[in-house]
Design a protein around this ligand. Structure first.
Ligand code: GZL
Length: 318
């Protein structure tokens, strides 16, 4: 009997104790995503959603369908909902000053992820986490330089499928690629147009490139794998062999690229890591806790030529 009373007394005491450090309410993040335009974006979204769940962060997720006005609307909605932190991948670099000033006035910190912005006042965002797109363009060109060196003298006509007009990856991947190929005057970009990072548009633009028969196309440089995969279909429909008649270089390193390389239809892909979720969630916690964070956090990435595709494919996480 005494034991029973003792146990009940202990339980009552335990229940009456204030919870250890009263459980803080979960952090709320408003996230505005570019859209669902590519395999890369799908993997990026999956990483963000899974990491938020794992981190116990309440995620309010908005898909902008590649429209800046939808991202501005989403950010304003997050401000109205008084979220703890806003994160977004800006579809294009410019046009963000006004809405980011509204977030700053509301006292809500903003984290840029994947793509960067050009704003007059860099204090409008706390930090950027993503890739170095200029370096990705350089890596693509370095691979081509090495290949061209094996066939000295041959002029190589390059066609370029650019990403979304005005987006950081499109601007910077072009910049990095051109910076390196200008060291070999035999390498010339003869046509360049946006394929909007999608397979469908990439195919459509490649079809138009192939119809212009004034110059032979030796190389395709695509700013992402999805456009390269669309272009591969166009090249085959034109009766040519992708990866042989036309050498193809692309960026992202998604599963579809490894499968195309295994089939001998793509020559190299430069990795652009979409799995930013876990780092983003930790960054959000640090930012909300007002811990000091780097202004720019870039991720390390590799280059995967076709020769390693079969071995690497089972290891790929996206
Ligand atoms: C790059 C990312 C780009 C990918 C595309 O970080 O912004 O957008 O390269 C995606 O596949 O559409």
């Amino acid at each position: 009997m005494i034991k029973l009373i003792a146990r009940r007394t202990l339980l009552a005491a335990a229940l009456s104790l204030p919870a250890f450090g009263a459980l803080a309410a979960p952090l709320v993040m408003g996230f505005s995503q570019v859209g669902a335009e590519s395999e890369w974006r799908t993997a990026n979204t999956a990483s963000i959603k899974a990491a938020a769940k794992e981190a116990g962060i309440t995620l309010k997720f908005a898909d902008a369908q590649q429209k800046q006005e939808n991202q501005v609307k989403a950010i304003r909605s997050f401000i109205a909902q008084k979220v703890d932190v806003i994160a977004f991948s800006p579809v294009v670099e410019s046009g963000w000053d006004t809405v980011l000033k509204e977030a700053k006035t509301a006292g809500i910190p903003v984290i840029l992820t994947d793509r960067a912005v050009k704003v007059a006042d860099p204090s409008l965002y706390v930090t950027f986490i993503g890739s170095d797109f200029v370096e990705e363009g350089r890596k693509a060109a370095r691979w081509l330089l090495e290949r061209a060196a094996k066939t000295p003298g041959a002029a190589l006509n390059i066609v370029e499928l650019q990403g979304t007009v005005g987006s950081a990856p499109a601007i910077d991947r072009k910049k990095g690629f051109e910076e390196v190929i200008k060291t070999n005057p035999k390498l010339q970009i003869i046509r360049s147009q946006s394929g909007e990072f999608t397979r469908a548009k990439g195919k459509e633009v490649m079809e138009s490139f192939l119809k212009q028969r004034d110059k032979k196309i030796d190389v395709l440089y695509a700013h992402n794998d999805d456009m390269a995969i669309g272009a591969i279909q166009a090249i085959e429909e034109a009766g040519l062999k992708p990866g042989q008649d036309i050498v193809i270089i692309s960026i992202d390193g998604v599963r579809g690229a490894f499968e195309a390389m295994k089939a001998g239809k793509l020559n190299v892909t430069v990795e652009c890591n979409p799995l930013l979720g876990p780092q983003l969630m930790q960054l959000a916690k640090d930012v909300v806790a007002k811990k000091p964070v780097e202004k720019r956090i870039t991720v390390n990435e590799g280059v995967f030529p076709a020769e390693v595709a079969a071995k690497e494919l089972p290891n790929r996480k996206y």
